[in-house]
Design a binder for this molecule. Structure first.
Ligand code: C2E
Ligand code: MG
Ligand code: MG
Length: 718
């Protein structure tokens, strides 16, 4: 019992003999500090307990007004905190042990009580109760502390089942403790890795049995009960029992949404301009370096456009900085409109922007974008209800021509920008002067092209295709000719790519097709030998959604038999957009139109598409003809192509045949047809008609060579 002050003991005992005995024992020497109060019934006991504080109750279980457990319960209700020792008869020990379950600290069996035993039982009971109280207070303290802290705390037992969640953990997981308790921790604490969204195993298992604190991977996401997700950070520690055996684990985790969002924002801010949100100088440099690497690998160019607004300072000073800022934002949006998503628009600061165009084919392509930006920026900007006008000057530099690294390219684009300013502003200039000439020429060609159709500046020339067995003219290729009013005749190689870039190829191509069909029909109607007419179709035309309808309409309009029309497509057309290409080719062939692969051998080396698509003819590119006259070993490619074509049952046409030697070689290797200056240059229609009247060319007799069996093997692989 507590030392110091006297202990107050309430004895509830109706048997006078037992009461006397106990009183005697308690007045013994060892019990000198006990104040005893004796009552004979439960009711009296309750009265005392309600009026006075006791340190201990000694309760008989056989009272006149309360027996057994009823007495225990009533004593508890009357004084829940006061330790209770029950007195019971020898034959009633089971009752005594039930009393212990109800909260009694100890029991004594009447007739077996002796002073020392009694005193020890009383002392221990008080001590045990005190310890229980202390434990309760400690647990309360821990619970309150855990509920007060912001971090979530979850505890599990050794099987990984939840034993505790603090308030923060309940809130974060969405699971109240009463529902979570006893469930496997994975149900409550379901987590995945944000970087790859892979579900993570419970970290508790890895921790239980280890004597150290564990952590989750850095980008961990907790899936809450309602399915929502929060980024968390955590630490886990194992709990051990007295013998050091793991018996559970504690996980402490916290919501790091704000911290993570801030980190992302910080990283973004470090690489972006605060006003426009565009990449800043640092990020741009990175992107340029990447683009250069890619350009190197793919054999492409990279272009930089350095923009500086014209007279922006004046706008800023006269209208104020807030308006200036809005104008800069509006300009940045306009620039973004002019580039592909894979390009980078960055703000260097002030009114300077740098645009990075990656994977550029030709430097002139960058000039087209520059032209677009000049126009887009110059359109009125509606700011605060007013229309503001601003223009820009652009300097261009190109990798690898003007520099091999970001710094040099930016510097040279900047220099070029000053040249643009010197040239009267609202214009662009390349760093290399000869590029400007080319870009200007290109622009002027584009402008002239727009007028060429109306001005009837185009004409078609026809080049015969000759059957290499008979010498007969079997067909002709229609080739466009343009006589520029000032520049004179321009080769298709110079203007077709420009027409493709600016979309003019569509009306031009339609004109070519109509004119070629009309002419061929006219020749046939005039009684000239009937020939097929081959028309070149550019990839842009082929991919146009109205292409097929256009072809069918023209055939109907001109009355030409579809079997007499052959479309020449390049390998690149066949390689791209495979499914829709296949459909279109099938539709054309179903109508009887013939299809040829032009410039065969120059593009993709994959020949598998020849099998896949329905094709009638292969036109071996003219660059291979020079090999025929070179050393015999180098003719292998041409003979291989002929064999391959034959095994695929395709008609083989050799292009660019210039000499008798080449023609003889092709004849000997059983090439079907030939086309080239050796037979005839492309001719204007009236001269071609004269040629057609003669019907055929005289061929030199050449004995056919057997096809090389080794080459047949190669061919059959495709
Ligand atoms: P292509 O379709 O491969 O046409 C053959 C080119 O080779 C023509 O050049 C022709 O004049 C030229 N040629 C013919 N025989 C010989 C020869 O023996 N030796 C040499 N060195 N060259 C020969 P052209 O007319 O300058 O056309 C060039 C390219 O322009 C054509 O190549 C074709 O891809 C394109 N093209 C021409 N007309 C049109 C057209 O109406 N529409 C489209 N989309 N492209 C066209
Ligand atoms: Mg062609
Ligand atoms: Mg060709």
């Amino acid at each position: 019992m507590r030392s110091g002050s006297n202990k107050r003991l309430l004895l509830v005992e109706d048997n006078p003999g037992d009461a006397r005995l106990l009183r005697e024992m308690l007045s013994d020497e060892g019990a000198h500090n006990i104040d005893l109060t004796h009552v004979e019934s439960m009711t009296q006991g309750e009265v005392h307990l309600s009026g006075k504080v006791f340190d201990l109750i000694l309760l008989d279980l056989g009272l006149p007004d309360a027996q057994g457990l009823d007495a225990v319960r009533r004593a508890h209700i009357a004084a829940p905190r006061v330790p209770l020792v029950v007195l019971t008869g020898l034959d009633d020990e089971s009752m005594a042990s039930q009393a212990l379950k109800e909260g009694a600290q100890d029991y004594l069996i009447k007739g077996q009580i002796e002073t020392r035993g009694l005193l020890r039982a009383l002392r221990y009971s008080v001590e045990r109760k005190n310890m229980e109280e202390a434990l309760f207070v400690e647990r309360e303290l821990a619970q309150i502390t855990l509920n007060c802290i912001g971090d979530a705390v979850a505890c599990t037992d050794s099987l990984g089942n939840v034993t505790f969640l603090n308030l923060a953990a309940e809130k974060m997981t969405g699971w109240p403790l009463r529902e979570a308790s006893g469930r496997p921790v994975e149900d409550i604490f379901s987590i995945f890795d944000a970087t790859n969204r892979r579900v993570l195993p419970s970290p508790l298992e890895a921790t239980v049995g280890k004597n150290r604190t564990g952590h989750l991977p850095p980008n961990c996401i907790l899936v809450r009960r309602d399915g929502s997700e929060i980024p968390i950070e955590d630490s886990i520690a194992a709990i051990h029992d007295r013998d050091g055996v793991p018996c559970g684990a504690v996980t402490i985790f916290r919501d790091v949404s704000i911290a993570r969002a801030m980190a992302v924002e910080k990283a973004h801010a470090a690489e972006h301009d605060f006003l426009t949100g565009l990449p800043n100088r640092m990020l741009l440099n990175d992107r340029i370096s990447q683009a250069i690497e890619l350009g190197k690998r793919h054999g492409k160019r990279v272009a930089l456009l350095f923009l500086d607004l014209d007279g922006f300072k004046h706008t800023n000073d006269s209208l104020g900085h807030p308006v200036g800022d809005m104008l800069l934002k509006s300009v940045s949006k306009r620039i973004l409109r002019c580039v592909r998503v894979s390009d980078t628009v960055s703000r260097q600061g002030g009114d300077e922007f740098v645009v990075l165009l990656s994977e550029v084919e030709k430097a002139e392509d960058a000039a087209i974008t520059a032209g677009r930006i000049l126009e887009a920026v110059a359109e009125a900007h509606s700011i605060g209800g007013d229309d503001l006008h601003v223009t820009t000057s652009i300097g261009l530099s190109v990798y690898p021509d003007d520099g091999e690294d970001a710094e040099t390219l930016i510097k040279n684009a900047d220099t070029a920008m000053y040249q643009a300013k010197d040239n009267g502003r609202q214009t662009y200039r390349f760093f290399k002067p000869d590029m400007n000439v080319r870009a200007v020429e290109r622009q002027s060609i584009e402008e002239s092209l727009r007028r060429a159709l109306q001005g009837q500046e185009f004409a078609l020339h026809y080049q015969p295709k000759v059957n290499l067995r008979t010498g007969e003219i079997t067909g002709a290729e229609a080739l466009i000719r343009w006589t520029h009013p000032i520049r004179g005749p321009l080769s298709p190689d110079r203007f077709i790519p420009i027409a493709e870039d600016c979309g003019l190829i569509l009306p031009i191509g339609r004109w070519v097709l109509r004119e070629a069909c009309r002419q061929t029909k006219a020749w046939a109607d005039a009684g000239l030998p009937v020939i097929t007419i081959a028309v070149n179709i550019s990839a842009i035309e082929f991919r146009d959604e109205n292409f097929l309808d256009g072809v069918f309409n023209i055939l109907k309009e001109t009355g030409l038999d579809p079997k007499l029309l052959e479309l020449e497509l390049t390998e690149s057309v066949l390689m791209k957009g495979a499914d829709s290409t296949e459909m279109a080719l099938k539709t054309l062939r179903k109508r009887g139109i013939q299809l040829a692969v032009d410039d065969f051998g120059t593009g993709y080396s994959s020949l598998s598409y020849l099998r896949k698509f329905s094709i009638d003819a292969l036109k071996i590119d003219q660059s291979f003809m020079t090999q025929i006259t070179a050393t015999p070993e180098e003719t292998t490619i041409v003979t291989a192509m002929i064999s391959m074509g034959r095994s695929l049952k395709l008609r083989i046409v050799a292009e660019g045949v210039e000499t008798q030697e080449q023609a003889a070689f092709l004849q000997a290797h059983q090439c079907d047809e030939a086309q080239g200056y050796y037979f005839s240059r492309p001719l204007p229609p009236e001269r071609f008609a004269t040629l057609l009247e003669a019907r055929s060319f005289q061929l030199v007799e050449v004995p056919a060579l057997p096809a090389d069996p080794a080459l047949k093997v190669i061919a059959s692989r495709y």
